[in-house]
Design a protein around this ligand. Structure first.
Ligand code: ZN
Ligand code: ZN
Length: 421
């Protein structure tokens, strides 16, 4: 595609902004309603029903429901021929008990992986859903001037489905979300505490990390704590494995290319101070920004753990489960659309931000369609974003002025992309 600033018919830009301003109170109301009634991954039935009903009320050309359990896809065909652009919002909440003092705070509890938990939109997906409903409203009003089609993808279970279930972006793609018609570009946003309200953050290329979990079980041989020579101690061996893993990134990864993280977050072994146990289990997470480096780190973690265990005459089972891929913003698309973000937010409000070691399943869409994922600040101006409660915190707070900027960003990105045909 061209990297020139896309041409727009005079007046359409203004009409998008006017329509966005008009819908703002409803977007805030939707967001508060979703916030008060959060639903966990694959359980977003109430949210999805509200989304589907709203899309139908707009007279979209099609509204499909029940995709990847609770996902909704709406298609809006403009009057003028052109390309197809997709916009994506995620709908699920987190097993977090809310501590924010707002009248619409969540008091919801639910069962998550067998446990009773508080439920909260602690990642701001309530905002994403409400924003995309607003964008659909704005673009549906202007369909006579719209070139091509817009696909609205409302996705469940971005925060991972419950144990033993499939779901999320990958499953939506398997169930045809990117077909009939296939989009030529996809855009998505995430609200973030790391930036002040009014600002937008972006990157080109690798933007968010891949996320993989691993478990390492060290198999020793049980013995009395007073006679360690009679067994094989998996506790000492696992301590050596943990220390050895620290060298995977510090000695093995070319950090001049991309960073990486290997974290052991859980160790379980033993029941008594004077019994050396049979085995120790460790679990952790691996984050990378490059698919080849991802495979390399997996290989290093596996061989290191196995070799350390062998050196202690212990056995070792390593299991690495690949979760979300690297979120990679298409460089040509990002270059072409950056002027749109700068026009919408103001050039001085659009910031090149550091890589994020969190992960996103938007990455699955980007593997098939050039995509751009960007960040919208939600921290109040009087609060230092570095000190604000982060996404996933029970105190995660949203300055709702960010919602209008979210609506305008996605609406203009879609329209500018289609006008540039
Ligand atoms: Zn999250
Ligand atoms: Zn999120």
């Amino acid at each position: 595609m061209s990297t020139d600033t896309p041409t727009r018919p005079a007046g359409l830009t203004q009409r998008i902004d006017d329509a966005a301003a008009a819908i703002e109170p409803r977007v805030i109301a939707w967001r508060r309603d979703f916030h008060q009634h959060p639903e966990l991954g694959n359980r977003e039935t109430r949210t999805a029903a509200i989304v589907a009903e709203h899309l139908r009320s707009l007279g979209l050309d099609s509204v499909s429901t029940g995709i990847a359990h609770t996902g909704v896809v709406g298609l809006l065909k403009g009057k003028l021929p052109g390309r197809v652009v997709a916009l994506r919002a995620d709908m699920d909440a987190l097993p977090v008990a809310e501590e924010v003092d707002v009248p619409f705070a969540s008091k919801v509890r639910a069962i998550w992986n067998g446990e009773s938990v508080g439920v909260m939109h602690a990642c701001g997906h309530d905002c994403h859903t409400a924003i995309l409903m607003g964008v659909a409203t704005v673009l549906a009003e202007l369909r006579d001037h719209l070139r091509g089609s817009v696909k609205f993808i409302f996705q469940p279970a971005e925060e991972m489905p419950p144990q033993g279930e499939d779901g999320g972006a990958k499953m939506m793609i398997q169930e045809g979300a990117l077909q009939d018609p296939a989009p030529q570009a996809i855009f998505g946003l995430h609200v973030t505490s790391r930036q002040s309200v009014g600002t937008i953050g972006y990157r080109t290329g690798p933007t968010m990390a891949s996320s993989d979990r691993f478990s390492i079980t060290v198999h020793g041989r049980q013995t009395h704590g007073a006679a360690p020579w009679l067994g094989v101690d998996p506790i000492v061996t696992s301590a050596q494995v943990v220390l050895g893993l620290q060298t995977v990134v510090s000695r093995g990864v070319d950090i001049s290319r991309e960073p990486a993280v290997v974290t052991v977050g859980m160790i379980k072994g033993g029941v008594r101070e004077n019994i050396i146990p049979d085995s120790v289990e460790m679990r952790g997470t691996i984050r990378t920004f490059d698919e080849a480096m991802r495979d390399d780190v997996h290989e290093r973690v596996t061989t290191l753990a196995e070799a350390v265990a062998r050196g202690s005459r212990a056995g070792c089972t390593v299991c690495i489960e690949k979760n979300y891929p690297v979120t990679v913003n298409d460089p040509a698309l990002t270059a072409a659309m950056l002027p749109t973000l700068q026009r919408v937010a103001g050039a001085d409000k659009v910031q090149l931000v550091p890589k994020v070691t969190g992960s996103e399943d938007f990455s699955y869409f980007q593997k098939l369609v050039p995509g751009m994922f960007f960040f919208v600040g939600v921290t109040r101006p009087e609060v230092d974003p570095a000190k604000a409660a982060p996404n996933h915190s029970p105190r995660f707070h949203v300055d709702e002025r960010a919602l209008l900027l979210g609506v305008r960003s996605l609406a203009h990105l879609a329209n500018d992309f289609l006008q540039a045909t």
